[in-house]
Design a protein around this ligand. Structure first.
Ligand code: GRF
Length: 197
């Protein structure tokens, strides 16, 4: 078996996706071929920091300025020997030097069926509010490669779920989280397996 693919998960918020990916790679991905080597968080106090601590995964809390500092950030990625990056609720544009360094090895999850409800300002609850306001009959998740463009990059996987007239942004969010839990860790594992080849 080849060497383990070392993943950095970048997150700004609650971190439920980060936790699911960490757990999945430890328990479900067979043979084990990838691991979350570290979490990078740009929001002091974010839930993901406590989750990482509980799971024993090193977490680097860094400011936006530090993340944009090529020498500093490049050094962190070198130190942790990161092969692949997963954005899981990371609410900052990734600096171009990182996009370039991890092209084809950096994924993002977006909580809608892109290109619908993507782009600037479309994150978290805003997405689900817009979906409900537009009277959409379905929504879903998009897992895509990261490019220089916000929510751009080629799509790797989409899954959809029905939106009922009685749905609220909160209930849509819950449905979307279920899809995320179901698919994101597996797609991360499959992408890592391709990188390992
Ligand atoms: C998820 O809905 C993800 O799709 C979006 O931000 C949310 C992050 O949730 N980009 P969590 O922090 O993983 O719980």
């Amino acid at each position: 078996m080849g060497k383990m693919v070392r993943i950095a998960v970048f997150a700004s918020g609650n971190g439920s996706n980060a936790e699911n990916i960490i757990e999945y790679l430890r328990t479900q991905a067979t043979p084990a071929h990838a691991e979350v080597a570290c979490v990078v968080c740009n929001k002091p106090g974010a839930g993901v920091i406590e989750r990482a601590r509980r799971l024993g995964v090193p977490c680097r809390v860094m400011s936006a300025a530090e993340i944009r500092d090529e020498a500093l950030m490049g050094g962190v990625m070198d130190e942790e020997a990161i092969d692949m990056v997963v954005l899981a609720g990371f609410l900052m544009m990734v600096p171009p030097f990182l996009v370039e360094r991890y092209r084809g090895r950096m994924l993002n999850i977006h909580p809608s069926l892109l290109p619908k409800f993507g782009g600037k300002g479309m994150y978290g609850r805003h997405v689900h509010e817009a979906v409900v306001a537009a009277g959409e009959r379905e929504t879903g998740i998009t897992i895509h490669h990261v490019s220089e463009e916000c929510d751009g990059g080629s799509v790797i996987f989409q899954a959809s779920v029905a939106v009922a007239p009685s749905d609220t942004p909160a209930s849509v969010e819950a449905k979307v989280h279920t899809l995320e839990r179901l698919h994101f860790p597996r797609i991360v594992a499959e992408t890592a397996a391709r990188i390992a080849m």
